[in-house]
Design a protein around this ligand. Structure first.
Ligand code: ZN
Length: 252
């Protein structure tokens, strides 16, 4: 059984058996994987609080050939991001970030950019600002990075470049659709104002150093939130775990 050392961010942690935990994490050099932490729920466990969602840690893992579940043998806490578990608004936004990473990344397919983006996203929440807006931007940027970039240049269903009328965002087609295609979508499309479309395009295209200067409020923000939430739900293949309260899926 080879030993693997990696830096990881905990996405999810749930009870397993009498005293163990199954932990899903995004490891910088291994991608999204799961591991079992034996005895993690015992009072004197060496793991302590290091396996709670959102924490950044160094892990020692044993990989068993033919088994996708790693065994976690040692954890060193790097950053706990404790504030993200103590404030409901921060927790909601942090949960949105880890949920979308969980939903759109394949198992065991590392992308250090995804890791860096998640680390920076959680850190930005920790440093204050508008958490819900930070989570929205994070989701748009992550979709772009993982091959689910929302299509905003031509109809995502038929390819036509002249969309005609008000732009409509289709969660199923993954981007803007022309009026004809909008009428044919199985799921209701979200009508986007010109301001919302411009915001979405900038959120996708701007360089990382500039994207945090973007702002959106009122109608633009609510339209883009609705479009992205619909799209993420479709990409995930299901509605993501609720994030507007202490999610049992996240913290059990
Ligand atoms: Zn079309």
């Amino acid at each position: 059984m080879p030993l693997v050392k990696t830096t990881a961010i905990i996405l999810r942690s749930r009870k397993w058996g009498d005293a163990d935990r199954i932990v899903t994490f995004y490891a910088k050099h291994l991608g999204k994987i799961r591991g079992v932490a034996r005895g993690a729920r015992r009072q004197k466990s060496q793991f302590g609080a290091a396996l709670e969602p959102f924490t950044l840690c160094h892990l020692n893992l044993f990989e068993k050939p033919g088994d996708s579940l790693f065994r976690i043998t040692h954890v060193d806490l790097v950053t706990s991001f404790q504030a993200l578990r103590e404030d409901l608004e921060l927790m909601t936004s942090a949960a949105r970030m880890v949920n979308v990473v969980t939903a759109v990344t394949p198992d065991g397919d590392p992308d250090p950019h995804v890791f860096d983006m998640l680390e920076q996203g959680l850190a930005s929440l920790h440093h204050g600002g508008d958490p819900a807006f930070a989570a929205l931007l994070f989701q748009i940027r992550l979709l772009g990075l993982t091959g689910f970039r929302p299509q905003t240049d031509h109809c995502a269903a038929c390819g036509k470049t002249q969309l005609g009328g008000e732009p409509h965002f289709s969660p199923i087609a993954g981007g803007l659709v022309c009026l004809l295609c909008a009428a044919r979508q199985r799921v209701r499309c979200v009508a986007l104002s010109r301001g919302s479309l411009s915001f979405l395009q900038q959120a996708i295209r701007l360089a990382p150093a500039l994207v945090n200067r973007l702002r959106a409020s009122g109608q633009v923000r609510s339209e883009v939130e609705e479009a992205i939430e619909g799209y993420v739900t479709f990409v995930a293949g299901k509605r993501l775990p609720p994030v507007d309260f202490l999610s049992p899926a996240l913290l059990v």
